[in-house]
Design a protein around this ligand. Sequence first.
Ligand code: SF4
Length: 295
Amino acid sequence: MIFMGPYHPSHLNAWLWCAKQLSIEGFERVDDPNPRWSTQFGTIIHEAIEHWHNGKGVLLDLFRKSLADHTTRYHLEQKPDDVSMATEALAQYAKDFHAQCNAENSVVSVRTEVKCRTTILNSAGREIKFEGTIDQIRRLNDGTIQVVDLKTGKVADGFDYEGLRRSYQLWTYSHAIARGEVFIDGVWQRLVSLPEAMILHFRKFQPYKRNSQYGLKGEPRKGRVSQVWITEEGLDSFEKRALQIVRALRFDIFPPNPSKCSLCSVTAKCSLSMGLELNQNETLGALEGIPGIQT
Ligand code: SF4
């Protein structure tokens, strides 16, 4: 199986999580006919926010409507803790957004679910294509562009501090805004702007469960919003890293990552999961040293 793209940020994230799992599950995303609460929960929040920005009603009403629709359609059992957490987080989202609209440097437009595409040249000068869908692009009245990713999943240790720098979604989207194209008003447009990247978390930040480089056990995590300015240097290092992973995908290099086996849904299909100490980052490093291998 050699996958030639276009690549999505999810491919890059999935390869790093466990490349073996990616090769077993395949590259095409197949919609689950019987989705679970955990996957629909994110869709419900995204849908409510998208409809709100498109002027279809009051945010919490839209959330309740989306919640009822999805629950009925897929026979889901709601998790009351998640619903109350989302209600609180959405009320805060609306408040923060209104505050941003009333600030001196206010939001002048919000586009939701924006398709984007970009290319990176490999060492042989060949174009490697990437594409995706950006949750939101906000334009401020001083011309600043913000690229926003709404995160509804669990927050891993360190995500509030370091995750944004490691988020291939935000880097791919930012690359498209700075060096590629976005699809707005029915036209592919080049924005040629270094955006401010933001992750808005919809899960509560629990205190750290163990001591780590990010914080000590019991300490509160940092806030719901992570922001960073994208730089040309940052985009250059994203390009290098993305090409390393693409090189592995094109050369059919899918090492297992036993550190993730306890969270894996395809263990039964993985004969290589036990006893191997391979690590994705080491594999990428080793690939650099193989002469003749180009993306
Ligand atoms: S069982 Fe472990 S090594 Fe195998 S695919 Fe799953 S996470 Fe990867």
